[in-house]
Design a protein around this ligand. Sequence first.
Ligand code: 5AD
Ligand code: SF4
Length: 448
Amino acid sequence: MITPSTLRPVTDKALKFYIETYGCQMNFGDTEIVVSIMRDNGYIYVEKMEEADIVLVNTCSIRDNAEQRVWGRLSEFAALKRRRPALIVGVIGCMAERLKERLVEADKGVDIVAGPDSYRSLPSLMEEVKSGGKGINVLLSREETYADISPVRLDRNGVSAFVSIMRGCNNMCSYCVVPYTRGGERSRDSDTILAEVRDLFDRGYREVTLLGQNVNSYRYGDTTFADLMRMTAEVSPLLRVRFATSHPKDLSDELLKVMAAHPNICRSIHLPAQSGSDTMLERMNRKYTRGWYLERIDAIRRHMPDCAITTDIIAGFCGETQEEHEATLSLMRQVGYQFAYMFKYSEREGTKASRHMKDDIDDETKTRRLTEIINLQNDLSLESNRQDIGKTFEVLVEGPSKRNPDELVGRTSQNKVCVFADTVHRPGDYVTVQVDDCTSATLLCHRV
Ligand code: 5AD
Ligand code: SF4
């Protein structure tokens, strides 16, 4: 009797796939979900591209340079494919969502295009390609959170893991492509999050970072983000809990109280300001003012005087005046950030800014302003690290230092990197160190 399975060619051996990831932590988390889905469907994960039958790129669209890097990679894959025509190339993630069919039409040998909400369909997209077609699915979903999928951990240290708690974004900042590439906000079932965290702890992990585009608006049933943080922190006092990213407009006192009450919730908040000018924040549609933002900073310091604050800044957004730029520099000085991610504005098709505003700051001015911002941040980081000299910290060991095998690298609760001589402890251990010296990026310590 002929059944569908006997129709399958006998040569249908298990295919090997390789995956490369660009962009934010959410994307790295998604890659772990993709690996899990592919493996569950009989595909074999490999770490070397040369061994793969399938090459996937998980992409980012946040700035044009992120996309340009992927186009460069696609040219290289296309060259590889000329030598190995059976190779299957898939573009997944934000760029897939943004460019859709255009990726297949670009003549770079792309076979599969899958947006952030269609990873469950990757196996069926593979089947379409195997039968000679192209596999495209860029449908966004209001429900998909991949709640039931256990990500295959690809990090090597086995100490810290990312746990996705929500997807998408409803904020509509005028410069940002994310609401278009990742769709609207939805929160993941809190029971599945806690089960994943407990499992990680049982497997030896000692740090989790709860991830979402705007974690402060997490809500599942009656569970708020503050509730979720409390429950996660209560999994074990030996488990460190971090989160990213917060939108300043939603950073609640309730959350700050939960943080202050749990020493294992890390003293570190990433609070992207983007700009220090009210008129600019208005054009960016950030829904807060400089005054509101500074009040939130005061609230953090009231609850946790030792909390590190880090940020994101955009230089040269539409119409930025010299005065607005200086307001950003003055905000940075006023807050005294420990660390910042700093970018030149890059216009993204489809956003409010691209439709209604002019990208009118010339590149030279953008570059000059960005350089001023970066130089100031280097000074602020160094100053903040200098203030730690002489202090003691409990650090979570991540592994040996790359430069010296007799030294270990770990992080403080404030997320600062510490290096210290130690041949005894292992990744996942807690060690108390004292700071002797520093650079703008590292605290040089000894064990106490
Ligand atoms: N151009 C430059 N930077 C951007 N970001 C988001 N969109 C853009 C853009 N179009 C920055 C913001 C955000 C971070 C993830 O990337 O600072 O917080
Ligand atoms: Fe890039 Fe944003 Fe997509 Fe993350 S969510 S990959 S930062 S475009």
